[in-house]
Design a protein around this ligand. Structure first.
Ligand code: AMP
Ligand code: MG
Length: 419
């Protein structure tokens, strides 16, 4: 068996991925923009809110008229009118000693700079109130432009649009956004032993798990998915499947199985045989996932993933997801949620490789330094990387750095949380 020619560190592998360019853009309506990535900076076309509004039911006043007001020395004000919701308070300028009734969301009249809550006001005669609470200028008021000012940057290029980003765009009347196209991910499972999941495998065969897990992961990353099905261990058939995937416009082709250096492992030769395709990496110093291949043609990437079901998923989460971030123009270091956890047991490792250990988190196991703040404890889920059930039992992947010989019980480590 040939060895790997040259193992890259995970850092070196990611640097190859950083070299890819973001995919093109498209304009989508706000309603279908959730979780898409903004392709350009978005500035507010106007002030939000467009006028100063009350946040309480009460009376619009000049704050200075209520200065020092208290139970024993209330301020006396004359009520000059009632501000109807959704209208402009015409002719209701608040002069010294005056107030106007206002409701939550109503437009502050000229002259007023604060709202006294209804609870702090007594009507002592028709049209005359006294307030026994002082208010500061701006109290109980959202100023015009306080949410965002005209021309302010409200959404940065490269940010993923969450409900709150969509909300601010809605408030500003922006009904369409320019977003990155969804990268298209093609999925190819290889192996003479694989059968489609609808079939009951004859002796010696197993059902194809990777097509399902990898396409689900790509869906989590809001990518388009095209499934190329199962291909047997044959150079020609694999080459044909890759060519078809590229023909269909795949930005990323995931070939699982056959990525190692055995005689029946064809992926390297397949990638080398694709016209215009360069193999950038074969072998990366991570565990699981060492037999990972990366090739590139134009701005399209082809990954050779290990066939073992857990390894394929780990390599996806560590490297494929990273590339999909780059292709979508988001910060790839923020592609997955990472938290700190404390090791509930020792985690052995060896230097020279990065370990991604499947872990279950126990959210209340450790209390840090008597502070009352708890840090989740990470417990390894033991099992071979061919066992999909290990991932079912896991909450994430604990990262043991390259230089570490392992972690002691109680040590802190980073855990990549599964979405
Ligand atoms: P390979 O990387 O091709 O040597 O495959 C490693 C192991 O993963 C073998 O036991 C394969 O049978 C298994 N394997 C490969 N592809 C899949 C798949 N799509 N679903 C389930 N197991 C697979
Ligand atoms: Mg195989």
């Amino acid at each position: 068996v040939k060895g790997f020619f040259h193992l890259l560190s995970s850092r070196q592998f990611k640097e190859l991925l950083l070299d890819f360019q973001p995919v093109g853009t498209e304009d989508v309506s706000l309603d279908s923009a959730l979780c898409r990535v903004a392709a350009e900076d978005i500035h507010a076309p106007e002030d939000l809110p467009p006028f100063s509004r009350s946040t309480m039911d009460g009376f619009a006043v000049r704050a200075r008229d209520c200065f020092g007001a208290s139970e024993s020395e209330p301020s006396l004000l004359s009520v000059i009118g009632d501000i109807r919701m959704g209208t402009v308070p015409e002719g209701l300028a608040i002069g010294p000693g005056q107030a106007a009734r206002i409701w939550t969301g109503g437009m502050l009249p000229p002259g007023a700079d604060a709202v006294v809550m209804l609870e702090y006001v007594r009507e002592i005669a028709p049209g005359v109130i006294e307030t026994f609470r002082a208010v500061a200028p701006g109290e109980n008021v959202i100023e015009k432009g306080q949410d965002c000012q005209a021309d302010a940057l409200v959404v940065r290029a490269g940010s993923r649009l969450r409900p709150q980003e969509l909300g601010v765009l809605a408030g500003l009347g922006i009904t369409e956004v320019r977003v990155r196209k969804r990268p298209l991910v093609a999925i190819i499972s290889t192996g003479d032993e694989l059968v489609p999941i609808e079939q009951s495998p004859s002796p010696g065969k197993i059902r194809d798990i990777n097509s399902t897990t990898l396409s689900a992961l790509a869906q989590e990353d809001r990518c388009g998915v095209v499934r190329m099905g199962i291909v047997d261990d044959s150079l020609d058939h694999m080459l044909n499947a890759c060519a078809q995937a590229l023909d269909k416009g795949a930005d990323v082709v995931l070939v699982s199985g056959g990525s190692s250096v055995g005689n029946r492992d064809f992926t390297l030769r397949v990638f080398e045989s694709i016209a215009g395709c360069r193999v950038l990496a074969h072998g990366v110093a991570v565990r699981p996932g060492k037999p990972t291949l990366l090739a590139r043609t134009g701005n399209r990437a082809l990954f050779g993933l290990p066939g073992h079901v857990a390894s394929a998923m780990v390599v996806y989460q560590v490297f494929v997801r990273y590339l999909l971030s780059v292709l979508q123009g988001t910060d790839p270091e923020k592609g997955s949620l990472r938290i700190m956890a404390q090791c509930a047991e020792p985690f052995p490792s060896a230097t020279g490789r990065e370990d991604y250990v499947r872990v279950a988190l126990d959210r209340s196991a450790f209390e840090t330094g008597g502070s009352g703040i708890t840090c989740p404890a990470a417990r390894p889920v033991h099992g071979k990387s061919g066992l999909i059930s290990t991932l079912v039992k896991s909450d994430g992947l604990l990262v043991i750095p390259r230089d570490s010989e392992g972690l002691h019980r109680g040590e802190y480590a980073e855990v990549i949380i599964f979405q």
